[in-house]
Design a protein around this ligand. Structure first.
Ligand code: GCW
Length: 840
């Protein structure tokens, strides 16, 4: 009772205090004080002491974390005890150690490596909370798990669990370059490298490992799969061993990407033919030296014969030849070799109707099944193309029965909004993991294949391309951290639902307020579909600029080149014919039941129709709509969905801390504007291509819009956008050769309250400034200071600013003044004046 009183007093003292700054650095491990008295009271009976039965660094770290979390959330300092007889305690140790001290307790049957049990136990009148791990990592994972339960304010009264991870490989990959940049990273520079070397300060590497460990991630490949040749030089191995040191206490093993040409490029040999005895000896020596410095090194990741990387094909050798040589060098040390199946020819002949990039992984790897050594894992991207917003699962998962497999998922949002759009990827990953490939005509969902269950493989698992950076909150968009968290949760247990993951993450990250939790859950869970709607519906893939940024719309960039992300749109129809009957035959790579389902137009799901088939724009979907009308409608629905995220988020004002509130609000407003850009670009393009009007008459008709090129211009001149569809009407205006230019228009609308949106282009470089005047009075000024991935008027740079609830009457004059900067000519696309929602 006394303790309860003190706990409550501690809590109440904090109620009045202003909440500490929330910059996202702690991710979901905030350990925010539980201020709800009822919730706090239920944890009052937890022990005030901790006994650690194991002296390993990982278990000691588990104890420190438990103490840190309990102090943060419950305001209590855990005493470090040595004797169990002294009274109530949390007890941390391996199952063997716990059994030795509590003979009545038996380890749960079926507990596997890295698993844990958390069990409350009464003994000799004392109450203990046992956190028993199958090994040291298990103790750490169990400690995090108990803290998570408290953070989510779960009822611990009848709590007792035992869990084991789904698969042994649960890794993240970072695509960091030695110069400090990150390929497809959207949150700043590398936390590991700077200017050709490993950073002096490894504190972020340690904090990253802590976040990873908290969701059960046990490995991290630290460098780009387009690997720097210097990785295997002695100097670099010395340096990266410091990264391994930072990871080690958190049970995270370091892995590395290597380039197969290393024996020649840095090893002084005149070949890198994997079967040349000198090359074999070189790899063995390099690996032995690596393990001398990093005894717990996890293994290599290899990208070869892909997108210009060197590979065994140069010597007429196969991926098996290459993989096994490296695997044999790693084997005596317990290392793994993850060989990526992302091998394809990017000089395909676009005119060849049978050419198909989607076929590549299966065509190359299926014939090699059974030939890889047992410490090789083939790492397969979840879809056959490349992390598009919607893809079928790779048929290769079912094409390898005697080979270890891992699924590669992309946490960094390369094709899915680049941390500027909210896209919670867990539902997409679940769709892939749950997909039943019906190999051997039986239940073989992807998750059971990579877990090793379906084909009885000893190894397998998950690799997530994370690309966190130096940005204080790791992934730039505060809500993007749900993807890193969700990846870990699915790798631990792919049966966990997307709803549970969203809910748990939100509680830990933003607190347990019901409005906060339900609002953020809803936003997260609808965001993938929304993004798919305004970018690439019906299986077209993300209709983005695939040749450069992979960000904004750029529909034709997919066509007429060797990259093979074709959509094969012409004036009559759209879609890749991948059927066995008339197309590329890709569908025939699936086991018979799945192949049959995709081959037939009757059973092929609408969501993948244009991935599998080429059909006329007038083809009727299962929904009853034509393909073209679906494209139009989906883009309007998606853009409306993105706009709704702004309203949703605004409901949380005052319920979440100011810092993250403002940051997310600005991003959601940006996303809503960019979703309109996507909608218009895709719809304009398909309207022009098909010549078929939108039955609702929206496409090409924007009565609320005044094109910049139609305004009265002073200094500004008309300019074409490239590609044309990324500007409204194909054109915008630029201010070149002047210090300032203006564009004006006279309002001709009934008097009322309106929102005024200005669509402009914000280049990567230069910070133009804009002033918006109404009848000479300044309404709004802003700076085009975003660093978007282009320096021209296109779908990457198109941006919107909105002024809400402005009273307008006929004859009013709107004027925009643009001030160019550093080559950015204050470009403008249009002004849109719409009835203000605030007026209703
Ligand atoms: O999606 C593509 C990316 C490349 C990447 C490649 C890969 C690391 O655009 O940036 O290279 O995939 O996965 O190897």
């Amino acid at each position: 009772m006394r303790r309860l009183f003190i706990a409550l007093l501690g809590t109440s003292l904090l109620w009045g205090a202003s909440s500490p700054a929330e910059n996202g650095a702690d991710g979901w491990l905030r350990y925010a004080r539980i201020t709800d008295a009822h919730a706090a009271a239920q944890y009052a009976g937890l022990p005030g002491r901790m006994v650690t039965l194991d002296e390993s660094p990982v278990v000691r770290r588990a104890g420190d974390e438990l103490a840190h979390g309990v102090e943060g959330m419950l305001g209590r300092e855990l005493q470090n005890g040595t004797s169990l007889a002294d009274g109530d305690a949390f007890v941390l140790g391996t199952v063997t150690e716990v059994e030795a001290n509590f003979p009545r307790w038996k380890r749960p049957a079926g507990l596997r490596s890295e698993g844990f049990a958390i069990v409350p136990l009464k003994e000799h009148g004392h109450s203990y909370w046992l956190i028993a791990g199958a090994d040291a990592r298990g103790v750490l994972y169990g400690s995090f798990r108990l803290l998570e339960e408290i953070g989510e304010q779960r009822d611990l009264r009848s709590f007792a669990i035992s869990e084991s991870p789904s698969a042994p490989v649960r890794w993240v990959d970072q695509w960091d370059n030695l110069n400090g940049t990150i390929e497809r990273g959207y949150a700043g520079q590398s936390i590991f490298f700077d200017n050709g070397s490993v950073r002096a300060d490894m504190s972020r590497a340690g904090e990253y490992a802590r976040l990873l460990a908290s969701v059960g991630i046990n490995g991290c490949a630290i460098n780009n799969v387009n690997a720097d040749l210097k990785m295997l030089t002695p100097e670099m191995i010395d340096q990266v061993s410091r990264i391994a040191d930072a990871f080690r206490p958190w049970g995270v093993r370091m892995a590395m990407s290597v380039d197969l040409s290393s024996p020649k490029a840095v090893g002084g040999l005149d070949t890198f033919d994997p079967l040349d005895p000198r090359v074999i000896a070189w790899w063995k020596k390099a690996v032995d030296e690596l393990y001398a410095k990093i005894p717990d090194f996890a293994g290599f990741v290899v990208k070869a014969d892909s997108e210009g990387r060197a590979g065994p094909s140069q010597y007429g050798r196969t991926p098996v030849d290459a993989a096994n040589v490296l695997a044999r060098a790693l084997k005596p040390h317990g290392g793994l070799l993850l060989y990526r199946a992302f091998v394809y020819n990017h000089h395909l002949d676009w005119n060849d109707p049978k050419a198909d990039r989607a076929r590549a992984a299966y065509d190359i790897f299926h014939p090699l099944d059974g030939k890889f050594d047992d410490n090789v894992i083939v790492q397969i991207k979840h879809g056959p193309i490349d992390f598009q917003v919607r893809e079928p699962v790779s048929p290769l998962f079912a094409g390898l029965h005697k080979t270890n497999e891992a699924i590669e998922l992309q946490i960094t949002q390369e094709y899915t909004g680049q941390a500027r759009h909210l896209v919670f990827l867990v539902p997409m990953w679940k769709t892939a993991l749950d997909f039943d490939l019906r190999a051997e005509n039986r239940h073989t969902p992807v998750k059971e294949i990579i877990e090793g269950k379906a084909f009885d493989r000893p190894l397998g698992g998950f690799a997530g391309v994370a690309n966190v950076g130096l940005d204080v909150n790791w992934l730039s968009h505060p809500l993007a951290m749900a993807n890193l968290y969700g990846f870990g949760r699915l790798a631990w247990d792919p049966d966990t639902s997307a709803q549970t993951i969203a809910d748990d993450w939100t509680r830990l990250t933003f607190g347990n307020n019901v409005t906060v939790v339900s609002t953020i859950d809803r936003m997260l869970l609808s965001s993938w579909r929304t993004y798919e709607e305004y970018t690439g519906p019906l299986g077209l893939g993300t209709l983005t600029d695939i040749l450069h940024s992979h960000y904004g719309p750029g529909i034709e960039s997919a066509e007429r080149n060797g990259w093979g992300q074709w959509i094969r749109a012409d004036h009559n129809g759209v879609g890749m014919d991948r059927t066995v009957a008339t197309g590329t035959g890709y569908i025939g790579q699936y086991p018979p039941e799945v192949s049959k389902m995709y081959e037939s137009l009757t059973t092929c799901p609408d969501g993948l129709l244009l991935f599998m088939h080429h059909v006329a724009y007038t083809y009727k979907l299962h929904s009853g709509k034509t393909v073209i009308q679906h494209i139009y409608d989906a883009h309007y629905d998606g853009a409306a969905g993105a706009a709704k995220f702004v309203d949703d988020w605004q409901r949380l004002k005052g319920l979440v801390d100011e810092e993250r509130y403002e940051k997310v609000l600005a991003l959601q407003e940006y996303q809503a504007g960019h979703a309109d850009e996507w909608r218009d670009a895709v719809n304009q393009w398909f309207y022009k291509m098909s010549g078929i009007a939108d039955v609702q008459d929206r496409v090409g008709h924007d009565p609320n819009r005044v094109e910049a090129e139609d305004m009265q211009l002073e200094g500004y001149t008309q300019a074409e956008a490239t590609p044309w569809e990324t500007a409204s009407g194909g054109k915008g205006i630029v201010c070149s050769g002047h210090n300032a230019c203006t564009a004006s228009t006279t309002i001709n609308r009934t008097a009322g309250t309106y929102d005024i949106a200005v669509q402009y282009f914000d280049y990567r470089h230069g910070v133009s400034t804009y002033d918006l005047y109404l009848n000479g009075k300044l309404l709004k000024e802003w700076r085009a200071d975003n660093t978007l991935p282009a320096d021209k008027m296109n779908g990457d740079t198109s941006t919107r600013v909105t002024v809400h609830a402005v009273a307008l009457k006929p004859g009013d004059v709107l004027k925009i003044e643009g001030h160019p900067d550093d080559g950015e000519p204050s470009p403008l696309d249009y002004v849109e004046i719409s009835q203000s929602a605030a007026a209703h």
